[in-house]
Write a protein that binds this ligand. Structure first.
Ligand code: UTP
Length: 306
């Protein structure tokens, strides 16, 4: 019998070296897109997809994430006293989003290792994994919900994929798809390769930050050998799993932003700001004015000219 997916693991224990120095004393998952931390967008996607319990895999220096999803009585009291009702509601809503569990990954030994840390809480249920720096935007169903629907149809593990440019392939886990009589957006996976050079990539379909996994994955992750960096890769666990049980790739509808990467973060910031009803129009006008000549005074910016 196929059960609904109610639990999700969010690994947030990585070092965020691509975002130094910002990530030295602050988790990169707490960087904000306009006024909301990256991790809150991801939690909201999970909840909108039917997730009820979230297991955060955290590490040293990640306390700000725990605090963000906890109640802040002092702040609530302060806002109440000042009559700032809208702000008060926003702050309260965050801690009421769902049930959170926190488990520690003492050393960042890879995504596979991080997921193994959630094993006891997950138990025998299929579960979702959402990477803590991949933000998705969809104007239809949330991306995770699309994957859950494929899982409910197939009763198998499902990885979210999209086609990426040749120059990007070597940054991702890439699937070897089997052509068959499956719906066009969903394909059976024959194998996966982690960060292949372009000439060795089995396809252009990269795994992008969203997974639905059956609990069998834990058995295979225990068997994965550490790579040259001493890490346990989820890609290798999935590669083993797909030789024994069906694993599907779902080419999801939506835009994915890699906010752990500087350029990806900038793109996410600009596009999220442009979509905001309170800021979008003014921000769009400002951006178009940046094409020379820039009228800095009109936008309340100082001038460098004397
Ligand atoms: P990344 O590889 O993007 O994160 O992992 P990183 O290792 O922090 O990044 P760089 O390369 O050093 O800049 C994707 C997600 O998985 C988590 C990260 O926190 C991130 O949200 N992760 C990664 C873990 O929880 N544990 C790990 O051992 C590795």
């Amino acid at each position: 019998m196929v059960h609904k997916v109610k639990k999700a693991i969010l690994p947030v224990a990585g070092m965020g070296t691509r975002f130094l120095p910002a990530s030295k004393a602050m988790p990169k998952e707490m960087l904000t897109l306009v006024d909301k931390p990256v991790i809150q967008y991801i939690v909201e996607e999970a909840i909108a997809s039917g997730i009820e319990e979230i297991i955060m895999v955290t590490g040293r220096g990640k306390n700000a994430i725990e605090d963000h999803f906890d109640r802040s009585l002092e702040l609530e009291h302060h806002l109440e006293k000042r009559g700032q009702k809208i702000e008060l509601e926003k702050v309260r809503k965050i801690s009421d989003l769902c049930d959170f569990w926190y488990v520690r990954q003492k050393e960042p030994l890879g995504l596979g290792h991080a997921i193994l840390r959630g094993r006891d809480i997950i138990g025998d249920d299929s579960f979702a994994v959402l990477l803590g720096d991949d933000v998705m935007y969809s104007d239809r169903e949330p991306v995770l919900m699309q994957l859950i629907e494929t899982h409910l149809q197939t009763n198998a593990s499902v990885v979210g994929v999209q086609q990426v440019a040749d120059s990007e392939i070597s940054k991702y886990g890439v699937i070897d798809p089997q052509n068959g009589d499956h719906p066009p957006k969903t394909v059976l996976v024959k194998g996966l390769v982690e960060k292949p050079p372009l000439e060795k990539a089995p396809s252009k379909l990269a795994v992008l930050g969203r997974y639905i996994l059956t609990p069998e994955i834990f058995y295979w992750l225990e068997k994965v050998e550490r790579d040259q960096k001493g890490e346990i890769q989820l890609t290798e666990g999935l590669n083993m799993l797909c030789k024994e049980s069906p694993v599907y790739a779902h080419d999801f509808y939506g835009i994915r932003y890699d906010t752990g990467d500087k350029l990806g973060f900038l793109k996410a910031t600009v596009e999220h700001a442009l979509r905001r009803s309170d800021l979008g129009n003014e921000f769009r006008e400002y951006l178009s004015s940046l094409r020379p000549p820039v009228d800095r005074r009109k936008h309340g910016l100082g001038s460098l000219e004397h």
